[in-house]
Design a protein around this ligand. Sequence first.
Ligand SMILES: Cc1cc2nc3c(=O)[nH]c(=O)nc-3n(C[C@H](O)[C@H](O)[C@H](O)COP(=O)(O)OP(=O)(O)OC[C@H]3O[C@@H](n4cnc5c(N)ncnc54)[C@H](O)[C@@H]3O)c2cc1C
Length: 456
Amino acid sequence: MTTDLTRAPRPTVPWIDDPDVRAGYGVDASLGATAPDGFEVVRARDEADVVEVLRFAAATNTPVVPQGARTGLTGAAAARPGAIVLNTTGLNRVVDVDPVQGLAVAGPGVTTQELKKACAQEGLFYPPDPASAASCTLGGNVATNAGGLCCVKYGVTADYIAGLRVVLPGGEVMTTGRRTAKNSVGPDFTGLVVGSEGTIGVVTQVVATAIPAPDPALTAVGMFPSLESASAAIIALRRDPHPPCLLEFLDERSIEAIQGLADYGFPQGCAAALLVQADRPGHVAPDLARYAELLSQAGADEVAVADTAQEADALLAGRRALHAALESTGPQLIEDMCVPIRQLPHLVTRGREIAAARGIAVSMSGHGGDGNLHPSLTVDPADPEVMDRAWRVFGELVDLTLELGGTISGEHGIGTLKAPYLRRQLGAAQLDRLRAVKAVFDPAGLMNPGVSYTSP
Ligand SMILES: Cc1cc2nc3c(=O)[nH]c(=O)nc-3n(C[C@H](O)[C@H](O)[C@H](O)COP(=O)(O)OP(=O)(O)OC[C@H]3O[C@@H](n4cnc5c(N)ncnc54)[C@H](O)[C@@H]3O)c2cc1C
């Protein structure tokens, strides 16, 4: 691709001229991300800025990297040489929350937590809940189809996006989806943009579905002597007619790392822990008592119910701190495997064997209730020999996941980090179809090239 920035006048938008500040926008939270040479950054203030940048990009054949809060773990929001990084955190206004319609309209720069708060003020609940909710943005959530801690009951971001405004390459604004309770006019392009990792256009407004608020959740934690007993508990809880709203799996290594940061209330010395919550209106206490019984029946050595909101908050905060806790033990190469729930024990035990065979320390924790774990490999990016072994483990975990009938990303997306493995999951024909669909919206291939299925 030949970029010719002289072919059009540079638009009057907030370019970031300071090279040090610009470098900060060059990376996301993926392992080893470093800002390349020769990229531009615009911090858009509104949709008009986005339109101007995409017009300019089309006129000068310049690639564009849409960017939110840069908490992504796959390299999808990181700068590439010659590209314009188009950051949308400045489009951070909650426009409207309508409790009658059950819809919230917000800019892509609004954080997940801010939208949740705005909905709560109207007695509504916006369920998506990535562990990074305090900092990540709706634009990033939409583009990655983010999940989080409550998917076991409520599903993922895609389940709560009713419609979008998206600026396409060249500057045309496309409106997708519905602002009504129902819509039978389709096919609907909302689903195409959700999970597209910035490869179709730039999201400038999100119409989200919000539901009636549940009761405040109660929390229990079960401590297990073996991975098998913890896995059996997950399966038993999934079969409950009113399953939990949170079902998180932590292995021994993760618990040690979390408690190493601070005392979040996790007992140590067990093979695995399950964190469980109930929030069904009018039934929270009996549901939690039933879950506690199921945990015991599956073989938990100990089941503790958080008696106070503070205890429950501490356990949740500990779970949210997992990424930071593991990072405190060394740099982490993080995966995002999702397998059919019954296969979870195989993913955990065989995944550990794979890592052990190559001498790489691994923790296998995550959203156990979804069969979605984040195998986290402790590595040394400065040591090529260690990285070679770690990437081999990474590839073997990909193969294991596919063999178990799973997907190589449950919620983080593919980005640049996993792009080399995507063919193993989708096959050549499916990749070709995806590229053909993208070409309808982005014939010049300017949107986030090199990410996911766009990678050669
Ligand atoms: C500590 C930690 C915990 C995490 N926990 C979870 C978790 O539980 N669940 C989960 O799903 N993820 C989790 N993540 C990953 C990350 O937070 C999510 O992927 C999040 O959705 C990224 O949002 P962002 O605003 O940071 O987007 P970025 O990282 O800036 O971008 C991510 C992708 O979105 C695209 N994008 C951003 N804005 C736009 C826009 N306006 N238009 C079009 N494309 C856009 C980018 O091009 C890129 O492809 C975690 C990350 C960290 C660091």
